[in-house]
Design a protein. Structure first.
Length: 243
């Protein structure tokens, strides 16, 4: 790991926190985004508990080990962030970045009986084969056993719907994870709005889906381009995220 690698990792994760506020994906000071420290499998970057996401910067992110101890920076690692994220990072090498939110439209689907993303819009098709559903709500995740259970349900998918809770999105980079988080919420919004009419959804044949998002080279390129564009906007409006 070089100093530039660490710097870029911090900047990208701080950008994701700020952008989540723009798109109303955050909820108070709750929820959490994490990113593995470049070149390591034993610690990850996290927001210090108590900061509003609009206050997160590259320099005030903390580094936490897999036991939940803060090993770099000032602040507290919120307990559920440790129990959820540490176990997912440990069990899934592809989960370099993990984004957990209670974003409203996705959470609305999580609150429905058998709530699922239906293949009824063009954006929904990108997620056809990449969502796992956890039907068991056990309260707050406050044990390694619960984190391990969530990791097992996620399997080889990149999105986990938590019944009565919210969603978890994982990716090989911040750009890829944020791309899926952004389009997942927009997909859920369209579905919730369509259902609110009281009319039946028009479903697209599943064979027309794009397959697993993590295996599509074009999806990776588009995610990188989109995230770079969003960071350029941040550079103009909230340049302090890089501080």
């Amino acid at each position: 790991m070089t100093a530039d690698d660490m710097r870029n990792a911090r900047v990208d994760l701080a950008a994701a926190y700020r952008l989540a506020v723009w798109f109303e994906l955050n909820e108070g000071i709750d929820n959490h985004f994490t990113l593995m420290v470049p070149g390591r499998r034993d610690r990850f970057l996290l927001n210090a508990f108590g900061l509003h996401w609009s206050e997160v910067t590259a320099s005030n992110l903390i580094a936490v080990d897999m036991g939940g101890k803060v090993v770099e920076g000032d602040g507290e690692a919120e307990a559920t962030a440790h129990y959820i994220h540490a176990r997912l990072h440990l069990h899934h090498p592809h989960a370099t970045c993990i984004l957990h939110t209670h974003m409203p439209f996705a959470a609305a689907l999580c609150s429905l009986d058998d709530g699922a993303v239906e293949p009824s819009s063009i954006n929904a098709l990108r997620f056809n084969a990449d969502i796992a559903y956890d039907p068991l709500y056990t309260g707050e995740a406050l044990s390694t056993d619960e984190g391990d259970r969530m990791a097992a349900v996620l399997g080889d998918k990149r999105i986990l719907f938590l019944a009565n809770h919210g969603v978890i999105v994982v990716g090989e980079s911040v750009a890829q994870a944020f791309e899926n988080l952004y389009f997942l919420e927009r997909t859920c919004r369209v579905q919730v709005l369509a259902l609110s009419t009281g009319r039946a959804l028009r479903r697209v044949a599943r064979h027309l889906s794009r397959g697993k998002v993590g295996t599509n080279p074009d999806a990776v390129r588009y995610a990188d381009l989109h995230f770079a564009a969003l960071k350029r906007l941040l550079d103009k409006r909230e340049p302090d995220y890089k501080d």
